[in-house]
Design a protein around this ligand. Structure first.
Ligand code: ADP
Length: 433
């Protein structure tokens, strides 16, 4: 049956009933009584309809509190349909609320700031990262104009000029942000903020590194080229001068080699794709090797001692040898002839510890915090004289970071320095004996 028939047939039946009641009344009590009887039934029906309309109106005002009864006639169907509509609407609303909350959660997890504004830049919503980047507070600033909240002149110019295809780089005190405004849905705009501080810092560091490395390589190259030119233009140099030039060229060549080797070591240590290859490191053997190397470098000019009482370590032998070796080589290079160098390997409450102490020239306190920076030297000419590359302590720092160890430096100018490596307790190798 068609919906129209479903609706109209009962209506027709009800009217037929009224007519039938009227006719029966007319037949039994006369024409007037029949008409009155039909009118009474009609009035009753109209009143019932009005009653249901009143119920419907109440329900529409307050659908959560008012309950519709089952209804009569067409009302049963209408009420059932309304209930169904309401259930669907509630379901949609719940789904929308859930979707919105998931969307907000996802936006909150974004590493970038997101601000949603209307067409006249009134703040509608922003995520916590945007609050942090742009100094906004969604709770307090909602509904306020964003140009009144972000008062940087560059940002205001960016909005006024409206060239949104280009991002804006904004310096906000300690941060560098890249902002981009994206219009959407005709009447809304999204502002995305991306923090590039760390990226810029690394970029600056890389640029400095290249500039420093080129500068370091240029000096020995200039020296070697100079001697080569002399050799080419003056073939009759006396043997003593020729030997001296060759010696100086070899020295500069070695300097370049040291520098390139240290740069390669540092680059490899800094690479995150190069994890520590852990092994059990025999510290007795390792310190003995380093002590030997120190003696070779010192050529009898210093008294070098080693006391090994600590445990074996879990770590990488080559890297540890390079780190401790660098400290001993520095001790030799920055301690005048006749001085002492003591290497000590012990276990402490905090974990194993290596101390390299010298009675050398010492370091002024203002330099100490900067010593592990690449190419940082207290005295450039002294470092070069002793074949220093300026990268030794940067290598030490990276090796220690990779072994969760800390470097402490204590120094007295003119009296000597102590370089202390503190390993965590977890670095002790399990005792297999
Ligand atoms: P370099 O190759 O110049 O020695 P490092 O990175 O090993 O570079 O050390 C950085 C600087 O720290 C050195 O140039 C030197 O000024 C200072 N330094 C390092 N070790 C010592 C030490 N034991 N005594 C005095 N100064 C030191």
């Amino acid at each position: 049956m068609s919906p129209r028939a479903i609706f109209w047939i009962p209506v027709a039946v009800r009217f037929a009933l009224i007519v039938a009641v009227g006719l029966v009344g007319w037949y039994v009590f006369g024409a007037l009584a029949g008409a009155l009887l039909a009118l009474a039934v009609l009035t009753l029906m109209v009143l019932v309809q009005l009653g249901y309309m009143y119920q419907l109106s109440n329900w529409l005002d307050n659908p959560d509190d008012v309950r519709l009864d089952d209804g009569w006639g067409s009302w049963t169907d209408i009420f059932a349909k309304l209930y169904k509509l309401r259930r669907e609407e509630q379901k949609n609303r719940n789904e929308l609320a859930e979707w919105l909350s998931r969307f907000r959660q996802a936006m909150s997890q974004l590493p970038d700031g997101v601000v949603i504004m209307d067409d006249v830049l009134f703040l509608e919503w922003c995520n916590p990262v945007a609050e942090e980047h742009l100094g906004l507070s969604l709770r307090k600033d909602k509904g306020m104009r964003v140009t009144n909240l972000i008062r940087s002149p560059e940002f205001i110019d960016y909005i006024i000029l409206g060239r949104y295809e280009e991002p804006l780089t904004l310096n906000t005190g300690d941060r560098k942000l890249v902002l981009r405004l994206i219009p959407f849905e005709n009447r809304r705009q999204i502002l995305v903020s991306h923090d590039v501080t760390e990226f810029e810092r690394l970029d600056d560091m890389r640029r400095d590194f290249i500039a420093n490395a080129s500068h370091e390589l240029r000096t020995p190259l200039t020296v070697i080229n100079g001697f080569l030119e002399i050799a080419a233009s003056e073939p009759n140099l006396d043997e003593a001068t020729r030997q001296q030039h060759l010696r100086l060229m070899t020295e500069q060549g070695r300097r370049m080699q040291n520098l390139v080797e240290d740069m390669l070591v540092l680059t490899r240590l800094e690479s995150i794709d190069f994890p520590v290859r852990e092994e059990v490191v025999d510290m007795h053997w390792l310190i003995e090797q380093i002590e030997e190397e120190g003696r070779a470098l010192s050529s009898g000019r210093h008294r070098i001692t080693a006391a090994v009482n600590g445990p074996d370590l879990r770590g990488n032998a080559d890297e540890l040898r390079s780190a401790i070796g660098n400290l001993v080589s520095n001790a030799v290079r920055y301690t005048p002839e006749g001085g002492t160098i003591a290497i000590e390997w012990t276990n402490t409450k905090a974990g194993p510890r290596c101390v390299v102490a010298d009675s050398g020239i010492g370091i002024r306190p203002e330099h100490i915090t900067r010593l592990t920076e690449r190419f940082y030297r207290v005295d450039k000419s002294r470092s070069r004289e002793t074949q220093g590359t300026g990268l030794g302590l940067a290598i030490v720092k990276h090796v220690l970071m990779r072994h969760q160890a800390q470097l402490e430096i204590e120094s007295d100018i003119g009296k000597g320095s102590r370089f202390i490596i503190q390993f965590p307790r977890s670095a002790v190798a399990p005792d297999v004996g």
